[in-house]
Every structure is written in C-alpha cells, then in structure tokens.
Ligand binder design. Structure first.
Ligand SMILES: Cc1cc2nc3c(=O)[nH]c(=O)nc-3n(C[C@H](O)[C@H](O)[C@H](O)COP(=O)(O)O)c2cc1C
Length: 368
C-alpha cells in the first residue's frame, strides 16, 4: 500500500528535519509491525520470506509460485546463503532496535550498527541533511549509539536472526579512544557480537570519527587485521562456529590505496569487503543547499565512484573474493550497475529514503 503512497508521504516526511523524520519513521514502522500491520509497508510479498521458504522447503507449492512470478535467486557467499541479493546498509538502525520491522521490507540481509564499546551521543545537531535535487544525504552523525551491551540486548530480542534471517553486525570505535588504541575497541565489540552475528563488519571508513580512516593505511591496517583475525579464529574455536568478518572501506581512495587494501585483504584471508561508505567529495553536488556541510555524502552522487571502487577491487581480488557493494543505489538499474561492476550482493540506505520500500523489491527482482 505504501508503495503507491510513498511519493505523497515523502512530501510530508521531508517537511520535518531529517533526523526527526528518521526517528519518527522507524518508530512508526516498529509500531505497525508490533500491531501486525506491516503489510502497509512491506514490499512485494516479502522476498525474504519467500527466499527463506524456498531454502528451507522447496515444495511443489513454491514451484507453482515460481511459475507465476520470478522468485529471488539466493546467493551463497562466505558460506552464507542469502535469500536474495539486496541488503540494508549499516547506519539506519545503529542500535539494532528495529531489526524485525525493517526486515519485513524484504531485504535478503540486514546490517545494523555501527556500534561502539561504550554509548556515545555522536556529534551535535543538526548532523543529517537532505539534498533532494541530488537524491542525496550528508551526515556527520559520529557513531551515535547506545553501546554494545544495549545493542546485543536488542539483537537478542529480535526474531529475524532466530528465524534464519541473515544479520550483519557492524562494529567501530568510540570517538574518545585514541586511534592508536582502536584495535582494543574492535576486539571488545567483536568478542561481544560474535555469537549473535551471521557476519561481522569492521568499519574503518566513517568520515565522522577523527582519524578512523587512517586505519586504511598499510601499516595500521596490517596490525589491525592481524589482531582481528587471531581473535576471530579463537572465537571460532571457542564457540565451534566460524563467523565471517568483512572490512568496510571508503570511496575516497585512489587506485594505489585500493591495491594496498586488496593485498591486505588477501594476505589476511579476510572473508569479504563492503565497498563503500559515504564520500567526502562534493564534486557532484556543488552549489546545492547543504553541499558545504561537513560529513559523508551518500545517495545518487556516490554511485559512479562507489562502482569504480568495486571495479578496482574485483580486478585486484579476483573473481572468488566476496564483495558487497553499497553506495548510490536509487533504482533497479543502479543495482544492476553495481553487480556489473563486480559486486556479489548489494546494500541500500539513502535510496530507501528517496524511493521508499518499493526500491527493495525492484532491486531484488532486477538482480534475480
Ligand atoms: C545517516 C547515515 C548514517 C550512516 N551510518 C553508518 C554507520 O554507522 N556505519 C556504516 O558502516 N555506514 C554508515 N553509513 C553508510 C551506509 O551504510 C552506506 O555505506 C552509504 O550511505 C552508501 O550507501 P547509500 O548511497 O545507499 O546510502 C551511514 C549512512 C547514512 C546516510
């Protein structure tokens, strides 16, 4: 129902300031979900549910369904079978407080976080800006979150993962932890999220935490990945379950820097990479209102750079290395372009704000 109404609703939602809209919308979908009214905003017969059912049952009834409508094709990556190729990118649900309500939109996987060891407020308001002409956002949220203990409590309370949904948990460092001690924060979070995750993401690419992106430099990255891989292995032995770990990188890298990161990913046998986070570039939004606000730019103006990064990574990493592509998907065609660039599966965030939940089903069907 919302699919048809979204353009109208968006007009109302865009009258409020961006962060107020964010909280209002999340609270509303959670309320609808709790009261069994999720049909209002769920997309195209919930592709996740269909995908999951095919995986677990594969009955004649589904064969009949398949004949009527093209079903999403599952993708196996890092030992995980994703019911479809379209996921929710990190940052929309930083505390993992809305997992079940968001999953209803049909995502093949949901990533929540970034979470830090201790709660923190993030940057001062306002810190989220819409650039409607460009179908873009600028944010300098600064990892506002309730800390990893509250995060885990939320994750445990959700039904999505327990019912076989693929849940990515994205971890970071507190703003007041010196970057030289960043590894301690990542290890602290890894220990706590490990058993609750389908996969874990090491986010070293937010532009809104001072010096965070310096962890992408060769020496720092090498040291960080050594420690994280050791701990991952220890946790796998301890819990008798291997949870894949991916690195999330920035789009603001040149070809040499991407090569350095790719070499580190291969040397440390990381399980995958997410490309990309938001950009510091304002090249494609010059002169627009809010374009000069500091923070990371996401949405349509990011697509070509993010796809370029994916393309570089695919060449450097080879065909088998798992790449999750994010950045600038506003249409089914954009999702295809990211797949063509070399992404195995994709994630969306800003597109959801501009196009509504229909974008999820559009992309799922385009990538089927
Ligand atoms: C408001 C906002 C907050 C975000 N917060 C996070 C975050 O906490 N962790 C993270 O890894 N990425 C975060 N991102 C980046 C997104 O996950 C995604 O990589 C980026 O926005 C590009 O995708 P898009 O163009 O589809 O939005 C955030 C993005 C936005 C717009």
């Amino acid at each position: 129902m919302l699919n048809q109404m979204y353009p109208l609703m968006r007009r109302f939602l865009f009258m409020l300031d961006a962060e107020t809209t964010h909280h209002f919308t999340l609270k509303t979908i959670k309320w609808l979900h709790r009261h069994g009214l999720e049909k209002i905003y769920s997309t195209a017969s919930s592709s996740h549910a269909i995908g999951a059912r095919i995986l677990t049952e594969g009955t004649g009834r589904h064969m009949a369904l398949a004949n009527k409508k093209k079903l999403p094709s599952p993708r196996t990556l890092m030992g995980i079978t994703f019911p479809n190729a379209v996921g929710l990118a990190a940052g929309l649900d930083k505390d993992g407080a809305y997992i079940d309500a968001l999953a209803v939109m049909g995502f093949g996987f949901v990533e929540v976080g970034t979470v830090t060891p201790r709660p923190q407020r993030g940057n001062a308001l306002p810190r989220l800006f819409r650039l409607p002409q460009a179908h873009a956002l600028i944010n300098r949220m600064g990892f506002n979150n309730g800390g990893v203990e509250a995060f885990i409590a939320n994750v445990r309370a959700s039904h999505f993962a327990a019912q076989g949904g693929i849940l990515g948990l994205n971890i970071g460092k507190n703003a007041d932890t010196p970057v030289e001690r960043a590894a301690e924060d990542y290890l602290y979070c890894l220990d706590r999220v490990y058993t609750h995750a389908s996969y874990v993401v090491i986010n070293i690419s937010s532009p809104n935490t001072q010096h965070l992106r310096s962890l992408q430099n060769e020496t720092a990255l090498d040291a960080l990945l050594t420690l994280l891989r050791e701990r991952q292995q220890r946790l796998a032995d301890q819990h008798q379950r291997y949870v894949p770990m991916l690195l999330k990188i920035a789009p603001d890298l040149d070809a040499m820097q991407i090569q350095v990161i790719a070499t580190a990913l291969l040397r440390h046998k990381m399980d995958g990479v997410i490309a990309t986070n938001t950009t510091l570039s304002r090249e494609n939004v010059k002169g627009m209102q809010y374009a000069e606000e500091s923070g990371g730019l996401s949405g349509a103006p990011l697509l070509s750079t993010a796809n370029w990064v994916v393309r570089q990574l695919r060449v450097a990493l080879g065909n088998e290395f798992p790449i999750i592509g994010a950045g600038g998907i506003l249409s089914a065609q954009d999702a295809i372009s990211k797949q063509d660039a070399g992404a195995d599966i994709v994630q969306i965030y800003t597109g959801l704000i501009y196009q509504g939940p229909k974008l999820v089903s559009d992309c799922i069907h385009a990538l089927t």
